[in-house]
Design a protein around this ligand. Structure first.
Ligand SMILES: *Cc1c(COP(=O)(O)O)cnc(C)c1O
Length: 367
C-alpha cells in the first residue's frame, strides 16, 4: 500500500520552461483575453492540425455545445444517446430542446444507427451523436438519415481530438463538432473547448454568441453568453499541441499492453483497432461479463481501489437514469446502453503510465 495512487488519467503538461517562455509576452501586452494573439495562433494551429475548415475556441466544451445549438437556432426534439458524460444531455435541455434517447450499438458504444429512424417525429430537428471514447460514429449512415429527413447533425466529439476517419479529420463530419480541451482529455487547455464547422455564417454567429452577442460597440443583436477562451488557456494549448503526437504514441504503447494481457481473458471484452480509424487512444474501457468472468465490474472497481488504483465507471449511470431526468425517461428504451453501463470499467490510461503499473493493474483485475 506504499504505492502512489494511480488515477484514471493524468493531465498532460508541457515542460515548465516552455510554458513560462511562451507566456512571457503577456507581461508586455497586458492582453489577457478577448481573442488575443495566442487565441488567434491556437485557432490557426488547430485548424491545420485537425484538418478542418474553421474552428472557434471556447472557455470549455460544454458552453461550446450549448452555443452550437443556439447558433443553429434549434428548437424541438433532438436524437442523442444516454451513454455519455452528462454534459451532452444538459446542453440539449439547457438550450430549450427535448432529448430523445436512442440506444447504442454493442460494437463501439456509439449511437445505433439502425434505431434512429423510428425515433424521428414531426418535432425532430437534429441528431447529436457522441464519438464516445473517441470511437467514430457511423458518420456515413448518420449523414444519409440527416439528408433524408432534413436534420442538422451536431457531433459531441469531446473525446475525439486527433481522431481521423478514412484519412479525414473527425471534425469535418456533420454541421458542427464540439471538442473538449478539459484537463482530463487527451489534449487540454486546462479548461477549454472548440467548435469546428464549415458554414462561415454559423461561425460569425458562434463568435458573437460567446461574447454576449455583441456585434460592434453599439450593436447587440443576439442574446449571447460569455464563453471566451483566455490567453493562458491558449498558451497551454499551443504548448500541449507541440507534444500531442508524442503523447499519443506513448498512450498507444500502454493500450497495446492492456490489450495483450486482457483481450485473451474470458469474460473481459476489450476494444480492438477499428477499420479506417486513426485512434487517439483516449480511453481504455473494458466490459466485464459477470457470469463468465465470475466477478462483477463493481467487484473489480472496489478491489483496484483497495490497491490505490482509481478506475472509473465511464459511463455509469447513463444520463436518462440521473435524478434530474429519470422522471421523464425510461432506461428500458435504451437496453444496450443500460447493460453496458453496468459492466463497463475505464482503466487508468495516460502517456507516462509505466508498463509495470499496467501489468500490476491487470494482475489485480485477474486476482
Ligand atoms: C468532457 C465532456 C464534455 C464537456 O466538456 P468540458 O470541456 O468539460 O465542458 C462534453 N461531452 C463529453 C462526452 C465529455 O466527455
Amino acid at each position: 500500500m506504499s504505492n502512489k495512487p494511480i488515477l484514471v488519467t493524468r493531465s498532460s503538461m508541457p515542460p515548465y520552461d516552455e510554458f513560462i517562455n511562451e507566456i512571457m509576452p503577456i507581461w508586455d501586452s497586458h492582453w489577457l483575453t478577448n481573442g488575443g494573439e495566442f487565441h488567434q495562433t491556437l485557432e490557426k494551429k488547430l485548424t491545420e492540425f485537425l484538418q478542418v475548415n474553421n474552428i472557434s475556441l471556447f472557455t470549455n466544451g460544454h458552453m461550446a455545445l450549448e452555443l452550437a445549438f443556439q447558433a443553429l437556432n434549434l428548437s424541438g426534439e433532438i436524437i442523442t444517446t444516454p451513454f455519455t458524460f452528462v454534459s451532452t444531455t444538459h446542453a440539449i435541455v439547457r438550450s430549450g430542446m427535448t432529448p430523445v434517447f436512442c440506444d447504442i450499438n454493442c460494437m463501439d458504444y456509439t449511437i445505433d444507427v439502425s434505431k434512429i429512424e423510428r425515433l424521428i417525429t414531426e418535432e425532430t430537428v437534429a441528431i447529436a451523436p457522441v464519438h464516445v471514447y473517441g470511437n467514430v460514429c457511423d458518420v456515413e449512415e448518420i449523414e444519409k438519415i440527416a439528408t433524408k429527413y432534413n436534420l442538422k447533425v451536431i457531433y459531441d466529439a469531446a473525446h475525439a481530438f486527433g481522431v481521423q476517419y478514412k484519412g479525414k479529420g473527425i471534425g469535418n463530419f456533420g454541421d458542427l463538432s464540439m471538442f473538449s480541451f478539459h484537463a482530463t482529455k487527451v489534449f487540454n487547455t486546462i479548461e477549454g473547448g472548440a467548435i469546428t464547422y464549415s458554414n462561415s455564417e454559423i461561425g460569425k454567429k458562434l463568435n458573437r454568441l460567446k461574447n454576449f452577442g455583441i456585434k460592434d460597440e453599439e450593436t447587440v443583436d443576439i442574446i449571447g453568453a460569455n464563453a471566451k477562451m483566455n490567453e493562458f488557456q491558449a498558451v497551454m494549448g499551443i504548448c500541449n499541441l507541440r507534444h500531442f503526437d508524442e503523447e499519443i504514441a506513448k498512450r498507444k504503447v500502454v493500450v497495446e499492453k492492456y490489450r495483450e494481457i486482457l483481450s485473451v481473458i474470458k469474460g473481459i471484452k476489450t476494444l480492438g483497432q477499428f477499420k479506417d480509424v486513426k485512434s487517439n487512444y483516449a480511453y481504455f474501457p473494458v466490459i466485464i461479463e459477470p457470469e463468465i468472468f465470475g466477478e462483477s465490474r463493481d467487484d473489480i472497481y472496489n478491489r483496484l481501489k483497495l490497491h490505490n488504483i482509481f478506475a472509473r465507471k465511464y459511463f455509469y449511470p447513463i444520463t436518462n437514469t440521473l435524478d434530474c431526468y429519470k422522471e421523464k425517461y425510461s432506461a428500458n428504451n435504451t437496453p444496450i446502453a443500460l447493460d453496458i453501463s453496468k459492466k463497463v470499467l475505464t482503466l487508468p490510461l495516460y502517456a507516462d503510465l509505466p508498463l509495470d503499473d499496467v501489468e500490476r493493474i491487470c494482475k489485480i483485475i485477474l486476482n
